[in-house]
Write a protein that binds this ligand. Structure first.
Ligand SMILES: N[C@@H](CCC(=O)N[C@@H](CS)C(=O)NCC(=O)O)C(=O)O
Length: 230
């Protein structure tokens, strides 16, 4: 059984999508990041970066007891290798998927995240920051749109690269992007949106949390964190 330490955010959705797609049994351990539950000593033992998602595989292939993983990209890779699903075994196919997975982890996720922050949460509207991240998000959407020309999925068949990117396109309106300007991306988005496993993942999120994660009280928990040792 997989224990998934999860909250209802894009990086969390990546993993529920995988687990629903693969049909792997899992148990959700909610970590309400709006209440600071990501800082408990128990959680930090498996997720030293105090971020969701993280997971514990209680039945890893080496049979040596529970194995924990943090970072959504590493979790997707781990689960794909464990199940033999959504990551090709051949050297070229696998390399392509991993390139796009890293592209999402190092580019689309962080840039769209900063975009969302400066557009929706920053206490003051800073035009330079907003323009920088909106433009960079737009550039990354353009890269994905070109990639999806004459392709159904990002790298070969439906893979962990698609699962990593999709939750970061869902909030496109909050990131000031118009999907109509990216026709290939729009087509891909609609294909993924209609997958039953993806719908189950988002339905599950609604059962776990109905409140916005960022609110007046949680801003002081989520933003401006330091990590200096006393
Ligand atoms: N690179 C990390 C980013 C994870 C991340 O930023 N998680 C956010 C939610 S999407 C979080 O846990 N935030 C809690 C906090 O800021 O304290 C990953 O992909 O797993």
């Amino acid at each position: 059984m997989i224990d998934l330490y999860y909250w209802t955010t894009p990086n969390g959705h990546k993993i529920t999508i995988f687990l629903e797609e693969a049909g792997l049994p899992y148990s959700i351990k909610p970590v309400d990041i709006s209440k600071g539950e990501q800082f408990t000593p128990e959680f930090l033992k498996i997720s030293p970066n105090n971020r969701i998602p993280a997971m514990v595989d209680n039945d890893p292939v080496d049979g040596k007891g529970p194995l924990s993983v943090f970072e959504s990209g590493a979790i997707l890779q781990y689960l794909a290798e464990k199940t033999g699903k959504f990551l090709p075994a051949d050297v070229r196919g696998r390399s392509e998927v991993m390139q796009w997975l890293f592209w999402q982890m190092g580019g689309l996720g962080p840039m769209a995240g900063q975009n969302g922050h400066f557009n929706n949460y920053a206490p003051e509207k800073i035009p330079y920051a907003i323009e920088r991240y909106v433009k960079e998000t737009e550039r990354l959407y353009g890269v994905l749109d070109e990639r999806l020309e004459a392709r159904d999925f990002i790298a070969g068949d439906y893979s962990i690269a698609d699962m990593a990117c999709y939750p970061w396109i869902v909030p496109h309106e909050r990131h000031k992007q118009k999907l109509d300007e990216f026709p290939n991306l729009k087509r891909w988005f609609s294909t993924i949106e209609q997958r039953p496993a993806v719908q189950r993942a988002y339905d599950l999120a609604k059962k776990i949390n109905t409140q916005p994660t960022v609110n007046q009280d949680s801003k002081s928990i989520l933003f401006g964190q330091g990590r200096r040792r006393a």
